[in-house]
Design a protein around this ligand. Structure first.
Ligand code: P6P
Length: 337
């Protein structure tokens, strides 16, 4: 029986892949690994203890904060503070960025942006949810406070990014710019084991993921692309299959493995779409490009967009390159209608 490589062993083995890191990025990823195990434990018993459901508090997005959202935020924040490599974080659950102002952390070289529990409205109905994280080197002077410039870096500057998916099994999927690698959690021994090395998305697929309930509000090009997906044409394997569970991490992960496209477009009411650039779209886009997929706002690569504010939203298209090319053609063709 072969013993799979653990995440810890993999990080040590790939140490030379981490730019500048003298083991710091490795320690940072280990902190994320620890926090993921703790959050996983709480999610797996969420139905048993009073930790599901809304907390009665709204976050800056004006969304009902779920208790597990806040719990996950604290767990990841504390795990990162404890390690000293991180000098500050930004989070969907925090109105502003947080400076880790202690002697241990203020010399940290890295900042982390995260969505601690994405898709959390699914928790109460036992549907997969996820954590998304994005890691940059700080640009502010070492030893001093972090500032907004640290957090508004363009996505291409990320040194690492990943997600944890709490699903039928719990997986941690990450990249440091040298491919995308997936680790499946084995709770019987408490370790993440390498299960998907060098993940690469199929060039095309048969799955499209979008909330079709918003159809009448979509731009014409998106509507035309959806009709294209639904038409019968055996030569291009259509009609495609619609799969959308309202959890970006789960929808992206499935499409990464099977091929597909995920779309959260702008609408007249939400001209910038819904998903947040810094801690949802940028990390997923880094993973996407590392896995041979594309990630755009319908026109430009997500990773090239210059952020202007912490919680800004962008339209988000990501998936198999051939499906993305076709979607872009429809969007370009009907962009002025
Ligand atoms: P809707 C979850 O709130 C999220 O940010 C993504 O995980 C998910 O894909 C999307 O929003 C779902 O949004 O409007 O379709 O419910």
């Amino acid at each position: 029986m072969s013993i799979q490589k653990t995440l810890g062993e993999f990080i040590v083995e790939k140490q030379s892949d981490f730019p500048h890191a003298k083991g710091e990025l490795s320690a940072l990823l280990s902190a994320i690994k620890l926090a993921a195990k703790i959050v996983n434990r709480e999610i797996n018993k969420a139905g048993l203890v009073d930790i599901t459901g809304a907390s009665g508090v709204e976050n800056i997005q004006g969304e009902q904060q779920q208790k597990l959202d806040m719990y996950a935020n604290e767990i990841f924040k504390n795990a990162l503070i404890a390690r000293g490599e991180v000098c500050g974080i930004a989070s969907e659950e925090e109105d502003n960025y947080v400076f880790f102002d202690n002697k241990n952390s203020r010399n940290g070289n890295y900042i982390v942006l995260m969505d601690p529990l994405d898709g959390s409205s699914n928790i109460d109905v036992n549907v997969s949810v996820g954590t998304i994280f994005s890691i940059y080197r700080r640009v502010s002077p070492l030893g001093g406070p972090v500032n907004m410039e640290d957090f508004l870096q363009v996505g291409r500057k990320q040194v690492a990014a990943g997600y944890v998916i709490y699903g039928s099994s719990t997986m941690l999927v990450f990249t440091t710019g040298h491919g995308v690698h997936g680790f499946t959690y084995d709770p019987s021994i408490g370790v993440f084991c390498l299960s998907h090395e060098s993940l690469t998305i199929p060039k095309t697929g048969k799955i499209y993921s979008i909330n079709e309930g918003n159809y009448i509000k979509f731009p014409l090009g998106v509507k035309k692309y959806l009709k294209y997906c639904q038409e019968k044409d055996e030569s291009t394997n259509r009609p495609y299959t619609s799969r959308y569970i309202g959890s970006l991490v789960a929808d992206f992960h499935r499409n990464l493995l099977k091929g597909g496209i995920y779309i959260y477009p702008q609408t007249a009411q939400a001209p910038s779409g819904k998903l947040r650039l810094l801690y949802e779209c940028n990390p997923i886009a880094f993973l996407a490009e590392q896995a041979g997929a594309l990630a755009t706002d319908g026109y430009n690569p997500i990773l090239d967009l210059k952020p202007t504010e912490l919680h800004q939203r962008v339209p988000f298209f990501t998936g198999s390159p051939e499906m993305m090319a076709t979607a872009h053609e429809f969007i370009a063709k009907f962009k002025d209608e």
